[in-house]
Design a binder for this molecule. Structure first.
Ligand code: ADP
Ligand code: F6P
Length: 479
């Protein structure tokens, strides 16, 4: 991809996220390439930003490089540098080995290290300064996700004229878990720098409001926190979504339709294709679903001649210990199941540890009969919505963990508790044997949900509420 490098002027609308929408990658021959960054945040926000004349502040994915702002595909990008040590302490450490497991119900043990917190402070300050530098007078700045929870307050100190929103893409944990954090008060105060704090689900907003009262002794009324400086901040739920129409259109192109047929042929035209698509993350319940499928094959409930499982897992956070362990465990599990039950040309599980273009994702969603999404905890899970959006045939079944935010919206999925392997097996079998009319009835309802509540609606709801906030107004003291 070619980049142009004019210095962007100040912007009226600024998104601040740990990552830019593109990652800078240096290839073995020394040439530089830019690739779409991993994860749901970029999938969701990219179409929002392309509809706005805004700037995106974020890290470009490589350490020890300071890059000038540049324009990509009409979008102003402002790279924030991170040193190798900051990548270790702020990104891999505090963000992904402290906050990530803590906010996902402690499904892995969160580690608490004071140096990691110091790096988190330093890097959040750098992001706040970069945002303050690019935001025009009275601009709207929208800060994203758990890596940058201190930015709202830091930015407000520097730029009280700005309208500041914050959205958390991952779950906000129950207060009992959050209280383990030695820096719990600082995080709550950091978020309260925003005028509007968005969560995926109402429960997250309620947990946060409880902490604002309990930890910082703030007055709250409904979803509104009254701050000592006279401002108010609101905490509300905005379940995130996807550009459903774009996914549907992509799935209808002749290239994707043909590719979907090719994948089916390459798999040997099995009667039932199960599919899993995730970042390789221990929150996603990949082990649980593979174990369930392996048992169904071993017990003879599914015949490897008829059923295939395709698991696609994007490499993610590969230097964090828990992710290394997970990779080894999945390699072993898949190897064992294929070794025990496969035959030449017919391994029951096709496992690809790799990232693919969106068109390939759309082809996989089209090929699958049953999408298996089994996180142990997930803020939303956009993969589930992408699958639904791509089903132009109105067919296909979704097996979905009740611990994904998406389960609150996609109620016609086959909802499962991923810790209950027998229950998971039963639901996978139920989905596999459901009559076509039943599958289509469920899919129709889910498609209606996803298309009516798409990413434009999400952004509109958040930004309309944010517009109502007047950062400079004194709070109404009478209410
Ligand atoms: P998270 O943000 O935790 O990664 P989501 O399900 O919300 O989880 O979003 C994941 C995004 O990454 C989706 O847009 C999905 O299409 C994309 N994705 C997941 N796995 C792959 C892969 N192997 N190759 C390319 N994109 C992927
Ligand atoms: O949506 C959750 C999220 O953690 C984003 O904040 C992040 O950009 C994405 O998943 C991918 O993770 P990472 O940036 O650590 O590769």
């Amino acid at each position: 991809m070619a980049r142009k490098a004019p210095q962007p002027e100040r912007a009226d609308f600024v998104v601040v996220a740990n990552r830019l929408p593109v990652d800078r990658v240096v290839l073995p021959d020394g040439t530089v390439d830019w690739r779409t960054s991993p994860g749901g945040l970029v999938t969701a926000l990219e179409p929002v930003m392309h509809g706005q004349d805004g700037a995106w502040v974020g890290w470009h994915g490589a350490p020890d490089e300071t890059l000038e702002p540049f324009t990509d595909d009409g979008l102003k990008l402002v790279p924030v540098p991170l040193s190798t040590q900051e990548v270790e302490e702020y990104y891999e450490g505090f963000s992904n080995a402290t906050l990530w497991p803590l906010y996902h119900d402690g499904v892995a043990f969160p580690e608490f290290h004071r140096e990691w917190w110091d790096a988190y402070l330093t890097v959040n300050r750098r992001f706040a300064e970069a945002a303050a530098g690019i935001a025009d007078d009275g601009a709207t700045v929208w800060v994203q996700d758990y890596q940058l929870q201190l930015v709202p307050q830091m930015l407000r100190e520097r730029r009280p004229d700005l309208r500041i929103g914050f959205f958390l893409h991952i779950p906000f944990p129950p207060t009992e878990l959050f209280l383990q954090l030695p820096w719990r008060r600082e995080i709550v105060a950091g978020l309260l720098g925003a005028d509007l704090i968005g969560f995926q689900l109402p429960g997250g907003a309620q947990n946060f409001l409880r902490l604002a009262r309990g930890q910082l002794r703030m007055d709250t009324k409904g979803d509104t926190v009254r701050l000592p400086d006279g401002r108010t901040a609101r905490a509300r739920a905005y379940p995130i979504s996807i550009d459903a129409r774009a996914f549907e259109e992509m799935a209808g192109t002749p290239e994707v339709v043909q590719r979907a047929e090719q994948i089916h042929a390459d798999l040997g035209h099995p009667k039932t294709v199960f599919l899993g698509v995730d970042r390789l993350d221990y929150t996603k319940g990949i082990k649980q679903r593979i174990r369930a499928f392996g048992e169904l094959i071993a017990e003879g409930a599914l015949d490897p001649e008829d059923a295939a499982f395709v698991q696609v897992a994007t490499p993610s956070r590969e230097r964090v210990e828990e992710y290394k362990l997970l990779r080894d465990e999945i390699d072993r599990l898949v190897g064992q199941i294929n070794g025990d039950t496969g035959r030449i040309g017919r391994p029951p599980i096709t496992y690809l540890h790799s990232s693919f273009p969106r068109e390939e994702m759309a082809a996989l969603y089209t090929t699958a009969d049953i999408m298996v999404v089994t996180p142990l905890r997930d803020g939303m899970n956009l993969v589930a919505k992408e699958f639904v959006a791509c089903r132009r045939d109105g067919d296909g079944a979704l097996v979905l963990s009740e611990f994904a935010g998406a389960a609150k919206e996609l109620k016609q999925a086959y909802l499962v508790n991923p810790y209950d392997i027998n229950g998971l097996k039963a639901s996978m079998m139920e989905a596999a044997s459901a009559p076509e009319a039943e599958r289509k009835r469920r899919m129709r309802a889910m498609r209606k949900q996803v298309f009516e509540n798409d990413i434009d609606r999400w952004a509109d709801r958040f930004l309309t509420d944010l517009k109502q906030a007047d950062p400079t107004a004194e709070a109404d003291q009478t209410g």
